[in-house]
Design a protein around this ligand. Sequence first.
Ligand SMILES: [Fe+2]
Ligand SMILES: [Fe+2]
Length: 364
Amino acid sequence: MVPPAATASAPVQPIGTPEAPAIKEPVKDTILTPRFYTTDFEAMAAMDLRPNEAELEAICEEFRKDYNRHHFVRNEEFEGAADKLDPETRKVFVEFLEQSCTSEFSGFLLYKELSRRIKEKNPLLAECFAHMARDEARHAGFLNKAMSDFGLQLDLGFLTANKAYTYFKPAYIFYATYLSEKIGYWRYIAIYRHLEKNPDSKIFPIFNFFENWCQDENRHGDFFDALMKAVPSTVTGFTAKLWCRFFLLAVFATMYVRDVARKEFYEALGLDARAYDKYVIAKTNETSARVFPVVLDVENPRFWDRLERLVSNNQALQEAEDSGAPAPIKALRKLPYWGANALEMAKLFLMAPIASNRFQPAVR
Ligand SMILES: [Fe+2]
Ligand SMILES: [Fe+2]
């Protein structure tokens, strides 16, 4: 679900073997690492879906078909594939696997908990969440298995018990998960299509699985689209517009800063991180116009200039973090960059959005 993320300094300890993988310590939480969410289960259970029940029922029927039931089966291509990577590529690739696995697992936990807690009162919604939890568990498991090819494994039980959970009220869960599913779709399909044209850059067989995989994410996104339409207050009115802008910006800015910070991973695939992100952001923005009342003006060059300022502030913050200075000195050095980031985010937020009915009149 949540777009894969990585801190540039994620520690990698390739000390295990594929037969006996070492448990990988989770990376330190930062604003850029994937989050775990919790919500108001009572409010979710009490949701009246009648305004869009037929579409939700149709989506649930799609989930029941379980198109990818037999998709995530490892083949002989994986044998020895990990050994072919040079140390630098290996490092960035393992970070990618770890962060993707954490994101998928975070989706699994949220959907699983939702389906469990609302089962009695809202069976249709509960069933949809259960199917999505099934998909995310598969995705996370497949990524974790790939990590074991590098002698590492994420301790998902430890993560469940020790990660901090962010509380979001249901509407915010809808915005955040809708966006992460749709952005996940565009991220996976963009990599898949690129590697289809450039097979020499396919550094690991896991990318062969991305085409069907991203269809799961697309269906999950469609589910949240239908859910928001079932609860029209989430996508109509002044406040909803502000929140949609906020979540679009938060998701796009986080991804851009994170991906540029680990551009080596994209280089290993023959991709330019900035160009890749611009494509993914433009596509996700366009898709979001089908349900959000407003989207961002990502054609505006100032949007990208400001994201670049966030990138350079973030680099300065990382340098301060790595400086080895005592904590108070570090904080003092970071202060101006935190301030600069807040200011850039405020400016980005205040940029005029585009009304979705102007953006895609045919769809709406
Ligand atoms: Fe998903
Ligand atoms: Fe997923």
